[in-house]
Design a protein around this ligand. Structure first.
Ligand SMILES: Nc1ncnc2c1ncn2[C@@H]1O[C@H](COP(=O)(O)OP(=O)(O)OP(=O)(O)O)[C@@H](O)[C@H]1O
Length: 235
């Protein structure tokens, strides 16, 4: 079981040189996450991505601490990143190689030094995600949904213990959303995801509602969604 711990984690950004001074965009947040599926909901700009980015050290807390299985995301950043995969909303920012196969192989370079081992392992990963037939197609020629699934295969290739997903269904149609949900359901990994898709949020074990940089609700998904809807419906 993976444990994510935030101890008074706070993110303050410097002033922008105008009249705005430093601004706390998240926190302080105290959390211990051990559930297999955690979702994060909140309005645009509420701090969801910032919270997610703390989990693999993409953002460092300016005060407090974040640990994953006891590893500090700042002091032990590279060890944390080997355990925590992060998938961005837009898969094209994840796919850096011309084809999915090359991208999966790139992910595997640390695990498999020999080129032939890497090839074989990549084939296995692509097969596992039903993407073998798209492996050699330019990533720019994939549909949005195919690209999203390919990006997930790339980050999951190294078998991370925690998968962090920032709005994974934003670019997907209903069919691909359902495909992605089925794929997530089958994953053994712990998943923390931010989403505006309230059905997806409700399918988790625990939901956090973020508002203006604070966790304003933390609990059962259905109750969290109701809390969030009441919040956004306020005049
Ligand atoms: N590096 C930064 N410097 C200054 N402000 C930032 C920085 N990163 C985020 N912010 C601000 O912090 C707030 C929270 O941003 P964040 O991306 O976490 O929100 P979000 O809930 O993920 O939003 P969305 O649903 O629109 O993706 C926003 O007002 C954003 O402009």
């Amino acid at each position: 079981m993976t444990e994510v711990r935030l101890d008074a984690a706070t993110v303050t950004v410097p002033g922008d040189g105008t009249d705005r001074g430093p601004r706390t965009i998240l926190g302080p947040v105290d959390l211990v996450l051990t559930e297999r599926r955690v979702s994060v909901v909140g309005a645009n700009g509420s701090g969801k991505s910032t919270l997610l980015r703390l989990l693999n050290g993409l953002v460092s807390p300016t005060a407090g601490a974040v640990t994953v299985d006891g590893l500090d995301t700042v002091r032990e950043g590279s060890r944390v990143r080997r355990r925590v995969a992060f998938a961005f909303t837009d898969p094209i920012s994840q796919l850096v190689m011309p084809t999915g196969r090359e991208d999966v192989e790139l992910s595997l370079r640390r695990l498999h030094r020999s080129r032939s081992d890497r090839r074989a392992a990549a084939e296995g990963v692509l097969g596992r995600f039903g993407l073998s037939h798209l492996a050699d197609q330019s990533v720019y020629d994939l549909s949005g949904g195919e690209r999203q699934l390919m990006a997930l295969a790339v980050v999951l290739a190294t078998d991370p213990v925690l998968l962090v997903l920032d709005e994974p269904t934003t670019l997907l149609d209903r069919r691909n959303t359902l495909r992605l949900r089925a794929m997530l359901d089958a994953l053994p990994q712990t998943v923390v995801l931010a989403t505006h898709d309230l059905d997806l949020a409700a399918a988790s074990d625990r939901t956090l509602v973020v508002d203006e940089g604070r966790i304003v609700f933390d609990g059962r998904p259905r109750a969290a969604v109701e809390h969030y809807l009441a919040l956004v419906d306020e005049p």
